[in-house]
Design a binder for this molecule. Structure first.
Ligand code: GLN
Length: 482
């Protein structure tokens, strides 16, 4: 399905250079992308903003014709996970409860894209409120994997990964609370990066679990992901958790190689449950890094790598925060309302009919974990485990620069395969959730395919704000496998 001919030029930089010199017109590129979206229906988009996109493209073309300076993403067709607020453009979070919500403002990441002269094509399908691992929990139907339409894209940013893999958008944004960028990137064979907590402003990102959520890029190449990250990263006074840390020149890190880096392989991430095909592809990626001068060593992450701790702590912390964050959808302030005889009934009917089954499950789990009498047994204990997970990673980074592992134990599974078994679904995130609990950055970069031709991603994790080191290694793997 991927067809490089859809976009002239292989890299974002090539495309903007072409627009700058007049070799390409942003309007033509945008029209091509819009037509391609219609031709390749994967249910990746919830809303297509043809009018807004063409208008933005015309502005870029006028600037280029006048010789005015162009932003670093000039004319690049980009699409956004529908969890990011876009002024005047419907933002649904793939939920019935927000199906008609039109935000009065842009998320900071979106403002930064517009300022960089990107073209925003529309809003992408996802699991409702970013809760899921397959992009099947959507009020708008499941997203199909472009590599095999009978399979899931992974979730929750499934539309973001599928749109890039199918060439519907040049790059996209997603969000990652427990793996939602890395898992779909791995299942669809594209690059997906979850930045350090605080690296990208969460202002205008509809909250799922606020201490875990981060916005990050999807792209066809590591360098494009680096460019997109550079545009959206940096402190924002509107998000008190965004970090006052300078933003490096991420794209140039992609040229630096891995000579002298030490890469740790956590034994817990290569144990029982990992499919041999996945292990084989991941080890192929690791061997490439070794061949290029990295030193590989075995490490241990006894708590962070232990499914009974990591998955359990994550699903308590995430659902507890979600139960609080989602209390704002009451039929009064936003979106869907079910009229009823009295106020209490209205709340009950609105929330019962407006939320899907998985979202309701999470609200109930989280409310339970926070309730009097259970708080100490569940929530407090989960937070203590979280501290131990952070210590595990801190200890690992005393002896290595990066950690390498699989993203998920299996390649993309069949649509419907895990829908009736939430626990099986939660286990898809076994190698990703501890990363969010620790707040550190991680990437999924393609490292091979299964015998059935399904993509497999290599996860590379760095210490806080070490995105550059991750990009260096990911670029090496990508170059060797090209
Ligand atoms: N699959 C995980 C969950 O359902 C992670 C989702 C995410 O990162 N948004 O919570």
């Amino acid at each position: 399905m991927p067809d490089d001919a859809v976009f002239p030029g292989q890299t974002a930089r090539g495309l903007t250079d072409g627009i700058r010199t007049g070799a390409h017109a942003a309007r033509e590129i945008t029209k091509t992308a819009l037509a391609h979206i219609q031709r390749t229906d994967l249910n990746a988009f919830i809303t297509i903003d043809e009018e807004g996109a063409l208008k933005a493209a015309d502005v870029v073309d006028q600037k280029a014709a006048a010789g005015a300076p162009l932003g670093p993403l000039a004319g690049i067709p980009i699409a956004l996970k529908d969890v990011l607020c876009t002024k005047g453009l419907r933002t649904t979070c793939a939920s019935k409860i927000l199906a008609n919500f039109i935000p009065p403002y842009d998320a900071t990441a979106v403002t930064r894209l517009r300022r960089a002269d990107a073209i925003i094509l529309g809003k992408l399908n996802m699991d409702e409120f970013a809760m899921g691992s397959s992009s099947e929990n959507s009020h708008f139907g499941a997203v199909k994997n472009p590599r095999d339409p009978t399979r899931v894209t992974g979730g929750s940013s499934g539309g973001s990964a599928a749109a890039v893999a199918a060439d519907q958008a040049f790059m996209t944004l997603g969000s990652d609370t427990g793996g939602s960028i890395r898992l779909p990137a791995s299942f669809c064979g594209v690059v997906g990066l979850k930045p350090t907590y605080g690296r990208v402003s969460r202002y205008g990102l509809i909250a799922y679990a606020s201490s875990l959520d981060q916005i990050g890029p999807f792209a066809r190449s590591v360098e494009d992901a680096a460019l997109l990250l550079r545009v959206i990263a940096g402190h924002d006074p509107r998000d008190s958790t965004s970090a006052r840390v300078p933003v490096p020149d991420y794209p140039s890190a992609c040229q630096k190689g891995v000579e002298g880096l030490t890469i740790g392989l956590p034994e817990e991430f290569f144990g029982e449950g990992l499919q041999p095909d996945v292990r084989h592809a991941v080890m192929q990626g690791v061997e490439i890094l070794e061949k290029n001068g990295a030193c590989i060593r075995e490490i241990s992450l006894p708590i962070a790598g232990h499914p009974s701790y990591a998955i359990a702590a994550y699903y308590i912390v995430a659902t507890a925060e979600a139960s609080s964050n989602l209390s704002r959808y009451d039929g009064v302030k936003y979106g869907f309302r079910d009229e009823a005889k009295n106020l209490i009934d209205m709340y009950v009917q609105t929330r019962s009919k407006g939320f899907g089954a998985e979202v309701k499950r999470r609200i109930m789990l989280g409310t339970y974990a926070l309730s009097a009498g259970y708080y100490d047994a569940y929530y407090r204990k989960a937070q203590q485990v979280r501290t131990l997970i952070c210590r595990d990673f801190a200890r690992a980074y005393e002896t290595c620069d990066l950690i390498a592992s699989p993203v998920s134990p299996t390649p993309a599974f069949k649509l419907g395969e895990k829908l009736r078994d939430p626990l099986q679904m939660y286990l898809s995130d076994i190698y990703t959730v501890s990363v969010n609990l620790a707040g550190i950055p991680g990437i999924s970069v393609p490292c091979g395919t299964s015998p059935a031709g399904l993509p497999i991603g290599l996860q590379l994790l760095g210490d806080a704000f070490a995105e550059e080191t991750i990009l260096r290694a990911a670029a090496v793997v990508e170059r060797e496998l090209a």
